[in-house]
Design a protein around this ligand. Sequence first.
Ligand code: SF4
Length: 178
Amino acid sequence: MERIKTSCDGCAVCCGAQVFVSEGGRVLKIEGDPDHPETKGHMCIKGLAGMELLYNDMRVNYPLKRTDKNSEKWERISWDEALSLISNRLTEIREKYGPESIVVAHGSWSHDHVGISTFFAAALGTPNVMGMDYICFGPMALACHADMGIPTALGFKSFFVSFAIQCLGIFSRLRRDP
Ligand code: SF4
């Protein structure tokens, strides 16, 4: 069993985490990293349950289309069909109501999908992007900035510490398995 030090990507706090992985590459356990200078081994239940994102039977692994808008029945469709349905519908809404009628929303603040949703909104022509960072982490950082002059709450500091640890971990793994 290998122990990989990383950080949880479940929200902007980026708690230090250690993931135990079998030789076959299966995640066996997730725990807080006691050596992390900010979070000191603590993680919330969402981070500790991170394995569910990988292995839960109800995880959606392919596009589904609701067969009837008044029922909860869904059918599997191809990625091409899903993309064309979505792009046709977005084009229709944009032409009929204008691009600003569309809001692009993302989930918990994460390093990658915030950028993707912002670029996607820009491509659609809408300034309306929202997510957890706009109602949770962003106001917290702004309030810290207003109160103390710097956005230095636990989450913000922890983010940079965890990001550095994550980069070092990826770098050392790349050096080991190029
Ligand atoms: S607070 Fe919870 S979800 Fe957020 S980074 Fe820490 S363990 Fe993950």
